[in-house]
Design a protein around this ligand. Structure first.
Ligand SMILES: Cc1cc2nc3c(=O)[nH]c(=O)nc-3n(C[C@H](O)[C@H](O)[C@H](O)COP(=O)(O)OP(=O)(O)OC[C@H]3O[C@@H](n4cnc5c(N)ncnc54)[C@H](O)[C@@H]3O)c2cc1C
Length: 513
């Protein structure tokens, strides 16, 4: 990898500083998703006495898992939804290496096609095979993709297109945060097909629709996933359910480092404790006290928690106002279908879907994850092994006003229109949920989005909605903000930081500072 594309060292280790805190340094971390677990682990490794509070009965948040009994009597583990672990998620991967140094629980999911129903007339496209070197990937995309006819490129607005390569965390937000991604895409002038294949699926993947999604955020995502990403578009996914691969090993490791993991424990209010730290009021249990506090809850929960904390609001009114104004993302639906029958063997494990009203992606779990494969293979239906399937449908930004049943029915119809053989699947069981806990990235909100460090002393924020300049999104943003929060605690205690790397912080044409 050339120097230009080597990971950027945002934070370097400081071997000249102590690596462990003194005795009696305490922290409470509220929220046990990727962000909370990452922060708790980094702190516990350095000797901080940490308690991790998670409201749900299990860790994981939006990668949580639960048991379900199917109509055939079998017990299966269902997850919150398919997740792609991209290769430029350096911080997340460094956290995951603590439970598996080789990351052997991840496997390459192979191609990642974008498809539309045959009547639209567009063949499906797979961008994962593009070269990994930034700029070369862009050139190859334009030359290879049927969505780009060279003669149509004359109509593309070059200034807008170059904004992707000029990405700069300060300037891009100053110039583009006031407008929507839809406005940017309109003025880019791509063909309808180029826009649908490249951008619409992409915007939805962040649980946002173009009209309500900041153009600056969209450009930041283009930089993070494509134009500035030297690892390519390929992604990996766990070979077993997230409880087995992630949450059980993380719990064991946290406990080994002396941390307390308290699930089923809901924080209900946060109170400054004079100069000594924080008090966290907990539902039906004694309050917890600690010197340091990391709040790693999702957007709706953070809004509720702060609104129920009048002493925090009085101590940090600016922070409270910004949190009260936090936008939420679109509602989304995840439906796992346990089916008799299977789709064509040539179908990819993960397919992004464009131009459907509801359906945004399809994942074939029985070809990806152990438990689903065992369920599909282990039942004698008379149809023979391999004749069952576990198909997960996602709608990342689903229409409002419809019931969950209507949305699932619409996704099933759209699947059958996309892949005709799917009409023959006999759905035995459905595990479907509609959620409203994704963060929003509305135009004009960047300057008021809270960052990790707050004006409430000793309170840090972490999560995929928290502002930060390190290129990152989704799970990687959760890990980056968590490590940043932990580093601030370590700094205050006079201890060397946890190193952190990312892709280059600025676009390839943004010049050096
Ligand atoms: C269907 C789906 C698909 C996705 N696909 C991808 C993907 O392919 N790639 C990717 O990078 N990301 C993906 N994501 C996004 C990813 O899941 C999130 O970015 C990430 O999990 C956020 O982690 P977090 O720790 O910030 O928040 P969360 O996971 O939401 O964790 C917050 C935790 O706080 C807990 N909590 C809330 N209130 C309280 C309280 N009062 N007291 C104690 N605990 C509380 C919650 O129960 C929860 O466990 C996907 C998300 C979904 C839903």
């Amino acid at each position: 990898m050339s120097g230009l594309f080597r990971p950027h060292h945002h934070v370097r280790a400081r071997p000249d500083l102590p690596q462990r805190v003194g005795p009696d340094v305490t922290a409470v971390v509220v929220g046990g998703g990727i962000a909370g677990v990452s922060a708790a682990l980094v702190l516990a490794e350095r000797g901080v006495r940490v308690e991790l509070l998670e409201a749900a009965p299990h860790l994981g948040g939006r990668l949580g898992t639960w048991d379900t009994r199917l109509s055939d009597g079998s017990e299966v583990v269902v997850e919150h939804g398919y997740h792609g672990f991209f290769r430029q998620y350096y911080t997340l991967r460094d956290v995951l290496r603590r439970i598996d140094p080789e990351l052997g629980f991840l496997r390459d999911v192979g191609g990642y096609p974008i498809a539309s129903r045959p009547s639209v007339g567009w063949e499906s496209e797979d961008f994962t095979a593009l070269p990994r070197t930034p700029l070369l990937n862009l050139v190859a995309l334009v030359l290879r993709s049927p969505s780009f006819k060279l003669r149509e490129l004359r109509h593309v607005n070059a200034d807008e297109a170059l904004a992707m390569l000029h990405y700069d965390p300060a300037r891009t937000y100053a110039e583009h945060d006031h407008r929507s991604a839809a406005d940017l895409l309109d003025s880019l002038g791509f063909s309808d097909r180029g826009r649908a294949m490249l951008f619409e699926v992409f915007a939805h993947s962040f649980f946002n629709v173009e009209q309500r999604y900041s153009a600056a955020e969209f450009l930041a995502m283009c930089h993070f996933y494509f134009t500035g990403n030297p690892e390519g578009l390929g992604m990996d996914a766990p070979t077993e359910d997230y409880r087995t691969c992630l949450w059980e090993p993380f719990t064991r490791l946290l406990e080994k480092h002396g941390a307390t993991v308290s699930t089923g424990t809901r924080a209900v209010a946060l109170r400054p404790d004079g100069a000594r730290g924080w008090v966290v009021d907990v539902e039906r249990e004694p309050a917890r006290r600690a010197r340091h506090l990391v709040v790693a809850t999702d957007v709706p929960a953070t809004r509720d928690l702060v609104a129920a904390s009048p002493e925090l609001v009085a101590a940090a009114p600016g922070l409270a106002r910004r949190i009260a104004a936090l936008p939420g993302g679109e509602p989304y639906v995840v439906a796992r279908l346990f089916c008799e029958g299977d789709v064509d063997p040539s179908r990819a494990v993960f397919t992004g879907v464009t131009r459907e009203r509801v359906l945004d992606s399809v994942t074939l779990f029985h070809r990806l994850e152990g438990g689903s494969a065992r369920w599909a293979a282990g039942h004698d239906t008379g149809a023979g092994p391999g004749r069952r399937s576990v198909v997960e449908l996602h709608s990342y930004a689903c229409p409002s006003g419809a019931t969950l049943d209507e949305l699932v029915a619409a996704m099933r119809e759209e699947l059958a229109a996309l892949w005709p053989e799917a009409a023959d699947l006999r759905v035995l069981d459905v595990d479907a949920h509609r959620y409203t806990n994704a963060p929003g990235f509305d135009p004009g909100f960047h300057l008021v989005r809270p960052g990790v460090l707050t004006d409430a002393r000793g309170l840090r924020l972490a999560g995929d909605w928290v502002g930060c300049d390190v290129p990152s999104a989704l799970m990687e943003r959760a890990a980056v903000t968590a490590v940043t929060a932990a580093n601030d605690v370590l700094r205050e205690e006079g201890v060397g930081p946890e190193p952190m790397r990312s892709i280059r912080p600025r676009g390839i044409l943004a010049g050096r500072r």
